[in-house]
Design a protein around this ligand. Structure first.
Ligand code: SAH
Length: 234
């Protein structure tokens, strides 16, 4: 993990330490993301801190610092580092803030968020992935994350409102419960669309209402649930 001078919420005493090879590859990835237009230095520092190799199958570890998605269990994917960085940047997180993530998957994005936020609530609909993501958080020494297994399209009202909400799977439209659970000044970042065309959307809640922006074409796995695609279509 990063040296103590870091402004990030870096955990103490992780049980996992990266091989020096991976530390070098991670720094190279950070440079690539900077060249591709990621500007927020704290986001880049978080990417430079989280051991992405720890979030993929052992057989794929050598590929873990390429800027692309990789397969994980249950037909899902660990998101491309650029898109993780871009979505995190769009959330404009402040220290101590509260974040909701829908689609923990491998847990990689959860760890990036945990370095920048006060508390991360993460939901994953596939039980085995939820369990593994939670175990990984503990092994890395994160105690400000909770990963639970249920349909996240309804949000997690118990801990609402959230300063940032991020979904890593694309539904046919923006789930209304997620909009409702956004704090004033908060941002919701998510892909919307089907397997042919998806757009990254940011909805920001202001004192007077909501503002929506489009942030380009993306490709995510389907968001399956009550306010997403039905199981059969997905
Ligand atoms: N950022 C994650 C992305 C994982 S892929 C990573 O880098 O590992 C998206 C995840 O969303 C999948 O694991 C999928 O199971 C999950 N998902 C899809 N629909 C969901 C829903 N309704 N609620 C919670 N998780 C969902």
């Amino acid at each position: 993990m990063a040296p103590p001078k870091s402004a990030l919420n870096v955990p103490d005493n992780p049980e996992y330490v990266s091989d020096i090879r991976y530390i070098r590859l991670r720094q190279r990835l950070v440079e690539q993301l900077r060249e591709k237009g990621i500007r927020d230095e704290t986001v880049l520092e978080a990417i430079g801190t989280v051991p992405r190799e720890f979030f993929v199958d052992e057989a794929l570890r050598s590929e873990s610092y390429g800027d692309h998605a990789l397969p994980i269990a249950a037909g899902q994917t660990i998101s491309q580092p650029y898109i993780v960085a871009r979505m995190t940047e769009l959330l404009e997180l402040k220290p101590g803030c509260r974040v909701l993530e829908i689609g923990a998957g491998s847990g990689y994005q959860t760890a990036v968020l945990a370095l920048l936020a006060g508390k991360v609530f993460s939901i994953e609909r596939i039980p085995a992935l939820a369990r593994l993501a939670q175990t990984r958080m503990r092994t890395l020494g994160f105690h400000n994350t909770t990963v639970k297994n249920f349909d996240g399209t309804g949000g997690w009202s118990q801990f609402a409102p959230y300063d940032g909400i991020l979904a890593a799977a694309a539904g046919p439209e923006v789930p209304q419960p997620l909009v409702d659970q956004l704090a004033v000044g908060g941002h919701l970042v998510l892909p919307v669309g089907d397997d042919k065309e998806q757009h990254l959307i940011r909805i920001s809640r202001t004192e007077s209402g909501f503002r929506q922006e489009m942030h380009g074409s993306v490709k995510f796995v389907p968001l399956i649930g009550r306010h997403g695609f039905s199981e059969l279509k997905g």
